[in-house]
Write a protein that binds this ligand. Sequence first.
Ligand code: ATP
Ligand code: MG
Length: 702
Amino acid sequence: MTTAPPRHGPVANDVGHDLLVGLDVTQRAAVTSDAAPLAILAGAGSGKTRVLTRRIAWLAVNGRIDPQHVLAVTFTRKAAGELVARLARLGVRRQVTAGTFHAIALAQLRRRQTDRDRAMPAILERKARVLVPMLSVKGAEAALRAGELAGEIEWAKARLVGPEGYEAAVAQAHRETPRPAAEVATIYARYEREKRHRGLVDFDDLIWWCADALENDEGFQATQRWRFRHLFVDEFQDVSPAQLRLVRAWLGDRADLCVVGDGDQAIYGFSGADAGYLTRFGRHFPGAGMVRLGANYRSSPQVVAAATAVLRASGADVPAVHAPGADGPPPAVTAYPSDDDEARGVATRIRAGHGPDRPWSSFAVLVRTNAQSAAFEESLRREGVPFRVRGGGRFLERPEVRTALDALAATARRAPARPFADHLTDLVSDAAEAPEERREHVEALARLGREYLAADGGAGSLDGFRAYLDTALRGDGDGDVRTDAVELLTFHRAKGLEFPVVFVTGVERGLVPISHADTPAEVAEERRLLYVAVSRAERELHVSWAEQRTIGLRTYRRTPSPWLAAIEATLPDFVPDPVPARDAGRAARDRLDAARDRKARAARPGAATADFPPPDAELLAALVEWRRNLARASSVPAFVIFHDSTLAAVAGVRPRTREALLALPGIGPVKAERHGDTLLELIGRHVADALRPSPDGHATPD
Ligand code: ATP
Ligand code: MG
């Protein structure tokens, strides 16, 4: 691969120098490079998207391209809108065409159909509609099976694999299939026939069809290639073989292609994407130039360190990233006793952090699975925090949830006299074998059912449950139309975005990495996904997990993600093992013990409180009273100040130094700073009282 010509800045008669303001030397080289094709590679927050936008503007004002002939492919509709708006701000008046692969393909195909005086086939929004009637199983099971099959069909189509090639492709990719490969292949073939028969196309077909038409219809090809002469693709690491085929079909034998991306952010391998198109760009596009950007401008050095640590957790030799931004606080790592506490804790922190300089839109809550979102929707609504659930629709609108509700309705109709709680239990056991994502939806619904039963206080009914869901989950929490709202979105959806304050939640085994990630490649993709999530934060990063999580009607003990320790190791008070304690002073030894304890607890959180002596009842009562008063005075729930388990540990250990306090669960540097002196004073007073001679003349042993 050749390096882009070293054009650090404009040549003599270039104009539009203001477009280069706010760019560093390598960014300028990328903006002004005349290499074609060109790949711009760099880590998160290094200005790739900024460079892509500036490059289009720069080439336009210098007359090297006409914006009307630009086609810019972005990963989301929002990104496309932002690109167009940014270009307008940069003075590019003529409209560029920007959109996702699917949106652009659809627009072009529609145009072709109109030109040929034909109707556009209807688009099949959900494969399940065609798949479910084909299956031998029925009801909820059919819906779940259809979901698995749809995933396989999408994977195959993204990799340009038809039904006849499916089995071989699966074998070659060592892919574990949810159903025997031969069975999937048969259904895939029937699905395609049925779709054709009914005159439908699915989303994947849009990509194939558009590429086909470009390759085989000369008139269409000529029109499109005349119209679009300069191609730009953002997030190129997530391009699939089918999408690459479309890029090639647009491009023809021309070279005017510029892509940007980051191999460390490749997170769509599971659905058929191939990061190799980016990382081995020169092999796929011989003669291409390549520019690497260096610095991270998005995030504070503390966030950059945490993100880099996640990449390094693979054991790979990842170089340090230059982070010129201002220092921010160290990432806050919080272990919550339960998932409900996590949801409440995040909502409370957001409410407390909101202010004139911190509008709601500065905050984002990131979840690994859609199912986790319901608890946050609920807690944010309770706190009166406006929020928006990005992508995937709101909880009740999600297909998995609707299917589960339908199944519940069907069983309730069949046996109306049966207690509603039993129907809920059946729903959960029916979904026991389903893929994680689907099972979690069913379980989240069942959990809401349990909440409803508790609220209802009686036997409950389906209608009652529906009404409860409507009021509990809709209403003022539905902030989709507001502009100033907290964003609640999955790690995947967060790609390319940035927020001043980011909460990365559920950082536990089973979610990060997701439990169905089995192969090393799948686990590596999960680690990159965490990197994507962490690197969205500009200034404040909050990482949390829950020691227990209720899934369905059962509560499970959880352990932290194997990568959490890497983030914790970047915290300023972290002391790595082993450190020679022999020559260190007492304070240093305490500190080391504290850090070791914290590490040990992180490894087995379930044992957190069991390791401490039983609490001193009087001290505990004093601590609880102090906490209650403080909570009232500062209008926060008591657990935000300290959890019960923390107070119990304090009352058991009765620490006398700040270091010893830090060794206890739930007391980090911030809490020690804020409440340490008061706690030590309370403990000191209590111990002194206890040492005073008791009425019978004996001192109480310490
Ligand atoms: P990702 O990989 O997450 O998509 P990216 O590489 O596309 O990130 P951008 O979103 O383009 O990064 O930039 C990250 C942030 O840094 C943006 O807010 C951008 O405006 C800012 N930025 C980029 N370059 C500079 C620079 N030279 N000086 C100051 N800020 C910059
Ligand atoms: Mg970007």
